[in-house]
Design a protein around this ligand. Structure first.
Ligand code: DQA
Length: 145
């Protein structure tokens, strides 16, 4: 299968960004772990991080003609603001899992609402980088069914 991992704004700073909230693992390390887990299982995985909403939207649009089977998405701050990204996912109709490193429900109230959770296959939050690996496991078992 073909899996696309998308990371939203500021996640390029992982490792140094608010380490007490987000931990010390870098985005490169997370992507490498996902990459090796996917290729060990015989699947193809691509990653993109962007600070620009339109780049994430354009990447989601491309995913359909490209034959992407599943998306793993940490929309970061766009979680709480982006109708446009929600509409892009609805538009391509590709199943996705929403991931957050931090437990957003222990944080500010504005982080408690997501524009994605009600259209996601599932949501993982608060488990740090492991959340991405668990999402990958779930994605792979779903595309194989
Ligand atoms: C985040 C949680 C969001 O509220 C925040 O804006 C982020 C990261 C997380 O992974 O915990 O940038 O998505």
């Amino acid at each position: 299968a073909s899996i696309l991992v998308l990371h939203g704004p500021n996640l390029n700073l992982l490792g140094t960004r608010e380490p007490e909230v987000y931990g010390s693992t870098t985005l490169t390390e997370i992507n490498q772990q996902l990459q090796s887990a996917a290729s060990e299982a015989g699947h193809h995985l691509q990653c993109l991080q962007s600070n620009a909403e339109y780049e994430l939207i354009d990447r989601i649009h491309l995913a359909r003609p490209e034959g992407i089977n599943f998306i793993i998405f940490n929309p970061a701050a766009f979680t709480h603001s982006s109708v446009a990204l929600r509409d892009a996912l609805l538009g391509v109709d590709i199943p996705f899992i929403e991931v957050h490193l931090s437990n957003v429900y222990t944080r500010e109230p504005f982080r408690h609402h997501s524009y994605f959770s009600d259209i996601a296959q599932g949501v993982i939050c608060g488990l740090g980088p492991q959340g991405y690996l668990l999402a990958l496991q779930a994605a792979l078992s779903r595309v194989q069914d």
